[in-house]
Design a protein around this ligand. Structure first.
Ligand SMILES: [Fe+2]
Ligand SMILES: [Fe+2]
Length: 285
């Protein structure tokens, strides 16, 4: 996005209205700082999460979900942090905080928050799985990629919340004509959920590379070809779309030789990622 589109009046208005951009709760900031501190122990961090009761409840719900395999065995956040490890805990806390902010937007005019959330989780797991295997991309970390996947489409939620019926029309138009949503958004509003998402990510102090990846996850093609970090999230998103259409072949085709080379992945890696994705899919029900 150019600076001029960043200051586009409609975008400015969206960011100023009642939704504005959610802030990451204080607990999440505190936890992020503690995790960086080598003198702080795992259980201690779990105790900080426990202080924020609604957040702790959500963390436990997510930790006990099929995604993390604890299957209801985890009764305290101290235990969750020990069993899952801090990196996973950080992802879950961020996830719980983001979910919390938008939970009341259930299903507005053809927009399903649940569906978007499930898609986001799938992209989060996929980007993390790719980042763990990539011989080229070492920064952001797989953990940061997880968060990137989790929030890559957050701009959509802010747009539905702030633009209401106008945005719903946009969603319906994209669906009816099977036209890419980000292009319809740009036509209607002169900005898209990628612009909004990257502004949110920057306000949340996510690494600059993560903000860029969100900004360009639908292209343009030159950006994707030039930057492996952008390419990783863009192709993970396409992979998940392929899988969501029940097409393993479409998903596999996303990682052709050129993309595999750019990301430092082998064909065996793609098999592993497929296996991992299918396990998550089944687990997520
Ligand atoms: Fe998107
Ligand atoms: Fe997406």
């Amino acid at each position: 996005m150019t600076l001029s589109s960043m200051s586009h009046p409609a975008l400015q208005k969206l960011l100023r209205n009642r939704t504005s951009i959610p802030t990451i709760p204080e607990t999440v900031r505190k936890i992020n700082a503690l995790i960086e501190d080598p003198d702080v122990g795992t259980a201690e961090i779990g105790a900080v999460v426990a202080e924020d009761a609604p957040l702790a409840a959500k963390v436990l719900r997510i930790a006990n979900s099929a995604y993390y395999g604890l299957q209801g065995d985890c009764v305290s956040t101290e235990q969750a942090s020990t069993v899952l490890g801090l990196r996973v805990l950080r992802s879950i806390v961020t996830q719980a905080a983001v979910f919390d902010r938008f939970e009341d937007i259930s299903s507005v005019n053809g927009f399903s928050f649940e569906e978007m959330w499930q898609h986001s989780l799938r992209v989060a797991h996929t980007t993390q799985a790719i980042a763990r295997r990539s011989r080229v991309v070492s920064q952001p970390t797989p953990d940061e990629f997880y968060v990137c996947g989790l929030v890559h489409d957050i701009g959509k939620v802010i747009m539905i919340d702030g633009l209401g019926a106008d945005y719903a029309r946009c969603l319906n138009r994209a669906r009816r004509y099977a036209y890419p949503l980000h292009l319809v958004e740009r036509e209607e509003f002169e900005f898209s959920h990628t612009d909004v998402g990257s502004i949110v990510a920057a306000r949340w102090d996510l690494p600059e590379k993560v903000c860029h990846a969100i900004q360009y996850h639908h292209g343009p093609r030159e950006k994707v070809e030039q930057d492996p970090v952008i390419s990783l999230i863009a192709h993970a998103n396409l992979w998940v779309h392929g899988m969501e259409q029940d097409s393993e072949d479409a998903a596999r085709a996303v990682f052709d030789e050129q993309v595999r080379e750019q990301l430092g992945l082998t064909e065996e890696h793609i098999d592993e990622i497929l296996e991992h994705t299918l396990a998550i899919w089944t687990g997520a029900g």
